[in-house]
Structures are given as structure tokens and as C-alpha cells.
Design a binder for this molecule. Structure first.
Ligand code: SF4
Length: 302
């Protein structure tokens, strides 16, 4: 079994990625990946990632957090254990020539659209969440398609709770603001649960800020200028259902009345401030898949 390391270096909402275009017989050919490589004899994972980052980018990491261990299993390749890191601080100048590919800072909004391994999308989507150290097993078939995955959190017996990111203070609402619950509630919840912040609209690729949108009587979602954003809402909801599946979360705390997160009551589609019965797109998908959804008006249920 081979051991490798990978680091996602982030700065100002951009990730340093490598487009693997140069190496001969490269299993990652034409894909975008983070920075890393094989562990050498007598190296620890930290030794390895520091060396790989220096060699490939010219940068010296001044912080580095060990986030998880990924096992890649495939009949086509030797099983690989990859030690995954993130870093937000470094020193030095970025190299312009790298023997393995082309280095580029990519906005976090554009990351998921790049050609990459299916499993990479899973752990990349986990990294912005403030989750504990995780073990992820990815099983690929001979054609390189992901066949199954299994995620577990280490040394933590708290249950996972999906939570609307804006309730934790992330400025992801349409107006560029957040709607945080009190610090007391956040402490209570984080003592009891592994909080997995999610925002269906951002995960659906919508910008912050954005024009407000409401669900129409026919189920579509229209922005106030008439633009149909249903597919973005549905895509974001599907991503959150995938987080639920990955983390085995059975409960979600979502923002009341939002066209994504609302449960039981949402705005009625006329942009007049009137409410009607119904669920937001994400809340509805989670409920239909057996996830218990609460809003911040039901905190005492948690
Ligand atoms: S989609 Fe949900 S999490 Fe995102 S801003 Fe709206 S209410 Fe908050």
C-alpha cells in the first residue's frame, strides 16, 4: 500500500490547484488536484507535505492542519492512503515552472466545475465545513468511476447536524448578511453535535449577494427579476442531501421561511412579503429522504 499526501492551500477564497498536464504516464492526467505526492522513506505525513509543497510550488507552509485520511481502493491501482491537509499561511514566491503541471489560483466558486476525480469533489466539499478529523474510503472501478464511499469521524461520538450556514454567522444570504442564532445556542449545539454548515443556494452556484427568489405555485423558483433559478436550487439541495448521506446526518436545523431552507412556511412567490404553506427546496428534499428538519424557531427540540 502506498502513502501519499495532499494539501489544499487557500488564500482569500482561492485554492492553489495544479492542472496535471506535464507528467508522463500520469494517473491524474488532465485532472486538477491539490499539491502533494508520495511519502519517502522515514518521512512523516507532515514532513512529506512540507517537502512536496516546497518542491512543487516554491512555497513554505507556515501553518498546516491535518484534516483526514483518505483510502483509495481500485482493482486498477495499488491501494493508497492519502493524508489530507489544509493550509492558509505560507511564505515565499510561487514558482512559475513546475514539472508536473500548471499551478493556478482558482476561486472556490469555480472549483467544482474543474475536471477532477469524483471522490476529490467529496473531500473538497467537506473541507470548508468545520468538521473533525475524518476517515473517507473511496472505492473506484477499473474505469475510474466512483462505486462507493464511506465517511466516519474520528474520536467524536457527537451526532452530525446539518445547519444552515447563515444561522452560524456565515454571510451567505441573498443580501450578503447572516442571521446568526445566539452564541449560547451555538455553544449548546456544538457541544452536542458535529455541526455541518451548509447553504443550498451557495452550493447551487449562486453568488453572494444575489437577487431574492421565491418559490412559485408551480414549484419553480424565480428571482424577483423573473429569471428561473430552479436548477441552482435543486442542485444545491442535492449537494446537501449528499452531505447528509456522507456524514450519516439524520437531523437538520434550517433557516425558517427561506426558499431553500424554510420548513412548513415560505414566501408565496409574489415578492410581497406574504407567506404560504410549503417547504423550501432543500428542506423538502431532506424531509422526503427521512431527515428530520427543524428551524431556528424550534431550537428547544434539539
Ligand atoms: S440558503 Fe439557507 S443557509 Fe443559505 S442563506 Fe439561505 S437560508 Fe441561509
Amino acid at each position: 500500500m502506498k502513502n501519499t499526501t495532499l494539501c489544499y492551500i487557500e488564500k482569500n477564497g482561492m485554492y492553489l490547484m495544479m492542472h496535471r498536464t506535464k507528467k508522463q504516464n500520469d494517473a491524474n492526467k488532465d485532472k486538477w488536484i491539490g499539491i502533494g505526492g508520495h511519502m519517502e522513506e522515514f518521512e512523516s505525513p507532515l514532513d512529506c507535505i512540507m517537502r512536496e509543497v516546497k518542491e512543487e510550488t516554491g512555497l513554505t507552509l507556515t501553518d498546516c492542519t491535518y484534516r483526514g485520511l483518505i483510502s483509495f481502493c481500485s482493482p486498477a491501482y495499488e491501494t493508497e492512503q492519502m493524508h489530507l491537509f489544509t493550509s492558509h499561511n505560507f511564505e515565499g514566491e510561487l514558482k512559475t515552472d513546475c514539472s508536473e503541471g500548471v499551478l493556478e489560483w482558482i476561486s472556490s466558486d469555480d472549483l467544482m466545475a474543474l475536471p477532477m476525480w469524483e471522490g476529490d469533489r467529496i473531500f473538497l466539499s467537506l473541507l470548508p465545513q468545520n468538521i473533525p478529523f475524518f476517515l473517507l474510503k473511496l472505492v473506484y472501478d477499473t474505469e475510474g468511476s466512483l462505486r462507493s464511499h464511506q465517511l466516519s469521524f474520528c474520536g467524536d461520538d457527537r451526532k452530525p447536524l446539518l445547519i444552515s450556514a447563515c444561522l452560524l454567522g456565515t454571510a451567505c444570504r441573498y443580501d450578503g448578511a447572516s442571521k446568526p442564532i445566539s452564541d449560547t445556542w451555538i455553544k449548546y449545539l456544538s457541544d452536542k453535535y458535529i455541526l455541518i454548515p451548509v447553504c443550498g443556494e451557495v452550493l447551487g452556484g449562486l453568488p453572494v449577494p444575489r437577487l431574492p427568489a421565491e418559490i412559485q405555485k408551480n414549484g419553480s423558483v424565480l428571482r424577483c427579476d423573473g429569471c428561473d433559478v430552479t436548477s441552482a436550487y435543486r442542485y444545491g439541495a442535492a449537494q446537501i442531501l449528499r452531505f447528509a448521506d456522507l456524514s450519516a446526518a439524520k437531523t437538520a436545523l434550517l433557516k425558517a421561511r427561506s426558499p431553500s431552507c424554510g420548513k412548513g412556511t415560505v414566501y408565496d412567490g409574489t415578492f410581497s412579503g406574504k407567506l404560504c404553506d410549503g417547504n423550501g427546496i432543500t428542506a423538502d428534499l431532506l424531509i422526503k429522504n427521512g431527515i428530520t428538519v427543524y428551524t431556528e424557531e424550534e431550537l428547544s427540540c434539539l
